[in-house]
Design a protein around this ligand. Structure first.
Ligand code: PLP
Length: 365
């Protein structure tokens, strides 16, 4: 048996270490996972009630087109229903875009570093990948523009960027879109967009009328706290969404995911509580990094990349022994860890552990 040659080098995705494994391996009672940018306060109680209501219908296939959920979301976003597609998380939309648009003859442009799944799915399609280094942790839009050729099919922008947490402002993005040739599909991944408080942050959906070559990605995994339920969506011009729909699996979102997503959209209180808790956490962590004299990229999502002036895998291991899981091992930021914003208590425990570790290593006095 011979798989596709272009996938033979691909690693199997390594998720953040599961809490239960760490507890067992290190004999710890309490482990705090700040590694996967999840919502530390859970998910909407209205979503829970909606799922319990749906629980007796799991023997019947879900509505493949998510008609009910689409209608609620379309009215909330001010777009038509045929401008929305749902996926098994927004990762599924990334996969579908690659499947629908990219071949071995095409080129695709993305930042280096950014969310790993763009590159992974482009590699599966054997597409020529052009990676443009970040500049000060931000997408270098001028360099990305300069990399466009007539073979460029898809260009990926992660706003805020994972892992650096930086954002591209409205004017900068619009100037870029105005210059970008129209044959390039821009994927604007706003997985963390709901967390951003900077008034300069662009809402990609408002740009679709003027730039029909944009697809905006969002997810219920982050601020809505439904990461395990696997549901996310794409918004774009109707013909683009139709193309992506052509490669969609028939039942790619389940009943529980659909009803939970719909109820979450109708729970403004939970959304506001999640956003407020995150903003307080970002402010606290930024202030603590300042106190400790550590450099960081100001986080605009629900995570921060901070320079710990030590090989990050060493810090990862030392924090793990203290029951804190973070993300480390970034190609261009070997001394940086990415920490997700937790609850106030988790953030304090993380800072305490980090400070102890950095004092033990004599990075801090
Ligand atoms: C930037 C970005 N986009 C998309 C996703 C995918 O999220 P999901 O598939 O859970 O919707 C993630 C997950 O971490 C992410 O960081």
């Amino acid at each position: 048996m011979q798989p596709k040659v272009n996938i033979m080098h691909l690693p199997v995705y390594q998720p953040g270490k599961p809490i239960e494994d760490v507890k067992r391996e290190l004999g710890l009672d309490e482990v705090i996972k700040l590694a996967s940018n999840e919502n530390p306060i859970g998910y909407s109680p209205k979503a829970r009630a909606a799922m319990l209501d749906e629980i007796d219908h799991l023997h019947i296939y879900p509505d493949g087109a998510s008609v009910d959920l689409t209608a609620v979301l379309a009215s909330k976003l001010g777009v038509e229903s045929n401008q929305i597609i749902f996926g098994t998380g927004s990762s599924d939309i990334i996969l579908m875009i690659c499947r629908a648009y990219l071949t071995a003859a095409d080129e695709t442009i993305m930042a280096d570093e950014t969310f790993s799944q763009y590159k992974h799915n482009c590699e599966v399609e054997n597409t020529n990948i052009i990676e443009v280094p970040l500049k000060d942790g931000k997408h270098d839009l001028n360099a990305m523009l300069a990399a466009v050729t007539e073979r460029t099919k898809v260009l990926w922008i992660c706003n805020p960027n994972n892992p650096t947490g930086t954002i591209i402002g409205r004017e900068e993005l619009e100037a870029f879109l105005a210059k970008l040739p129209k044959h390039v599909l821009v994927v604007l991944d706003e997985a963390y967009g709901e967390y951003v408080t900077d008034p300069n942050f662009p809402n990609g959906i408002t740009l679709i009328d003027r730039y029909p070559n944009i697809v905006v990605l969002r997810t219920f995994s982050k601020v809505y706290g439904l990461a395990a339920n696997r549901i996310g969506y794409g918004v774009g011009e109707a013909s683009v969404i139709r193309t992506i729909n052509q490669v969609r699996e028939p039942f790619n979102t389940g009943r529980l995911a659909q009803v939970a997503a719909k109820a979450s959209l109708q729970d403004d209180e939970f959304l506001a509580r999640s956003q407020a808790s995150n903003t307080a956490g970002l402010n606290y962590l930024h202030a603590q990094f300042d106190r400790l004299g550590l450099q960081y990229f100001k986080g605009h999502g629900n995570f921060i990349m901070v320079d710990v002036r030590t090989p990050s895998m060493q810090i990862f291991d030392l924090l793990l022994r203290k029951g804190i899981i973070v993300r480390a091992g970034w190609k261009h930021y070997p001394n940086a860890i990415r920490v997700s914003v937790g609850t106030a208590e988790q953030n304090e425990k993380f800072i305490q552990a980090l400070e102890e570790v950095l004092i033990e290593l004599a990075v801090l006095q």
